[in-house]
Design a protein around this ligand. Structure first.
Ligand SMILES: Cc1ncc(C[n+]2csc(CCOP(=O)(O)OP(=O)(O)O)c2C)c(N)n1
Ligand SMILES: [Mg+2]
Length: 563
């Protein structure tokens, strides 16, 4: 490896620094702006290989989605390299997903060279004039925790060090760095410092006491969370289980983007906050940005609400007007651990009994109804998910992007293990394809399911995703929930104009008229594919797909039904 004093290019310093900061992969889509990085990578490969592993991705949206999946599964920031303004624009909705899901990712982009001639890296192509922009970072700035440009003669090492630290938040999210070719060729030295370490802490003694007494005096406390089960998953989920059991709290996973709490636990009270508002006498909001949707349902004013968040003001949201009685700026898991220590399990008895019976009855009813539908060979998101639940490995990871099929998936896949579920906290369709590949790169031995709507599947860049899955030898198993197009668009039109002409006409904008062969896109790498139109064929089809993935082939099972 180059010694501290040896002069290396800024490009080499950047690659080496990423590694020093713990970044394992660089998901990359290259262009003419990257020649210094390509040369530096070749040099490092010949020397000691100390840089992130380069994962060539044929589309930027898939690159960032894969980095998202890897970081969501591990909690470790990853890096993405894209080409100037055009590559940055192709990151598209994956930026929104990483931003809203609080995913740590360092995005690096080139800039058009700044000189006509005379420097290593000066302009040598017409595109270098076309790709020049006034402020390239403005394309993605709103979705970033921090943006900056590498400006020599500064040392890029400190920029990378800060970039990785800032991507971790709180709240975690993308950071975006740019650099022109000439700047990347400037010589500097490597300053081999490790990551910046920041401690987040739980609430202070007085606050912990205040929370404990409110919890103690509540008969039916509820916690609403979206992402408490993020990495480190075992530690976080265990801490929540301990708090919930000792305090007699029910857990609502609202719009979960991870598994927060075992979904078969008697005190798991579902995914719909409105279901518990008539019963709860204390609500705790923790690691959730949108705890409920007021126009659908909201808790009564008398119910005390405690909010425990690293950033309770939610400054990344232009509008956030949820009324809380006690807002606490502290780490929610660490705080609840301290609260658990203060509680007497005997005080939690009433809550435990209440929530167990509340969710037990619902669960039984739902199981009976789904079993009845399975008996009648009825195909819908609930029955498809129940069949997946029968065949999937208990250690599987499930990555979803299934819009109106999400309820069927959440309620019928009995996921219990920390780290077994990843969804986007955002709305950029197509995330799950790349994210499933990224998650399986993190845990190659775990069966990895990608459950997507038919609309979402087309947004995943399905050929690119299949190629990446095959290229990285991390075969994912995709199930396409084909409910004939954009059911969410149909649903929202029906809600806003129930008697409208569009509804009378069947909302043609929400359907794909020309038939689509959903098994075709992944065929570019010879994936295992099958289309299923009868529920009683599904189990065998999934069995074949699991076998194919075990033999190294990505698999896509297309299931057609009417909602
Ligand atoms: C990138 C992007 N484009 C458009 C939308 C708007 N949108 C929200 S849901 C939806 C339909 C999704 O279809 P599908 O994946 O089949 O799920 P379904 O609604 O049928 O359950 C669309 C187009 C979006 N969220 N993201
Ligand atoms: Mg659909």
């Amino acid at each position: 490896m180059s010694s501290k004093k040896e002069k290396i290019t800024a490009a080499e310093a950047i690659l080496r620094s990423l590694s020093l900061q713990g970044v394992e992969y660089l998901f990359a889509n290259y262009g003419t702006d990257h020649t210094p990085l390509i040369e530096a990578a070749a040099k490092i490969r010949r020397e000691d290989g100390k840089m992130p592993e380069i994962v060539v991705c044929p589309h930027e949206f898939v690159a960032l989605s894969a980095a998202h999946g890897y970081a969501a599964a591990t909690g470790k920031p990853q890096a993405v390299l894209v080409h100037v303004d055009v590559g940055t624009q192709n990151l598209g909705a994956a930026m929104h997903n990483a931003h809203r899901s609080n995913i740590p990712v360092v995005i690096i982009s080139g800039l058009a060279p700044v000189t006509d001639m005379g420097h290593v890296g000066s302009r040598d192509h017409v595109v270098h004039y076309l790709q020049d922009t006034f402020q390239q970072s403005d394309i993605v700035r709103e979705y970033c925790r921090w943006v900056t440009e590498y400006r020599p003669p500064a040392n890029p090492v400190s920029m990378i060090r800060r970039a990785v630290a800032l991507s971790k938040g709180p709240p975690a999210g993308p950071v975006y760095l740019t650099s022109a070719r000439e700047a990347l060729e400037v010589k500097c030295s490597l300053d081999p410092r490790g990551p910046i370490s920041i401690r987040t802490t739980g609430a202070d003694e007085k606050t912990v006491k205040d929370i404990s007494s409110l919890v103690e005096s509540a008969e039916r406390p509820v916690i609403i969370t979206s992402r408490m089960g993020k990495p480190p998953v075992n530690e976080n989920v265990s801490a929540l289980i301990e708090f919930v059991e000792v305090s007699g709290t029910g857990v609502v996973e609202h719009a979960p983007c991870v598994l927060n709490f075992p979904r078969n636990h008697p005190q798991h009270v579902g995914f719909v906050p409105g279901d518990v508002f008539d019963h709860a006498d204390l609500i705790i909001l923790a690691d959730t940005d949108v705890p409920w949707v007021p126009s659908i349902s909201a808790p009564a004013k008398e119910i005390p609400i405690i909010q425990i968040e690293n950033n309770p003001l939610k400054h990344t949201y232009p509008h956030w007007d949820f009324e809380v009685d006690m807002a606490i700026a502290a780490d929610p898991i660490k705080t609840l651990k301290l609260v658990s220590e203060k509680l007497d399990p005997a005080d939690g008895e009433s809550g435990r009994l209440f929530w167990e019976s509340f969710s037990g009855e619902k669960r039984e009813k739902r199981k009976e109804s789904v079993n009845e539908q399975i008996k009648n060979n009825k195909l819908n998101s609930a029955t498809i998910s129940a069949v997946i639940n029968r065949v999937k490995d208990k250690n599987a990871m499930v990555v979803t992007d299934a819009t109106t099929s999400t309820g069927g998936i959440l309620n019928n896949l009995e996921l219990v293990n920390p780290g077994s579920y990843i969804a986007k906290y955002g709305s950029g369709l197509g995330f799950a394809g790349g994210a499933a590949v990224g998650a399986k790169m993190a845990f190659p031995d775990r069966e990895t399911w990608c459950l997507v709507g038919d609309g979402a599947y087309l947004f995943t860049h399905p050929s690119v995703t299949a190629w990446l899955s095959a290229e990285r030898k991390v075969p994912t198993l995709t199930v396409v929930y084909d409910n004939e197009g954009w059911n969410a668009v149909r649903g929202s039109t029906k809600r806003t104009h129930p008697e409208g002409i569009a509804v009378q006409d069947g909302i043609p904008e929400s359907r794909f008229n020309h038939p689509i062969d959903f098994t075709a896109p992944s065929q570019i790498v010879g994936s295992h594919t099958e289309s299923v139109a009868e529920l009683d064929q599904l189990e065998a089809a999934l069995g074949g797909a699991i076998e194919a993935t075990e033999n190294g082939k990505p698999a896509v099972i297309h299931v057609k039904f009417s909602d």
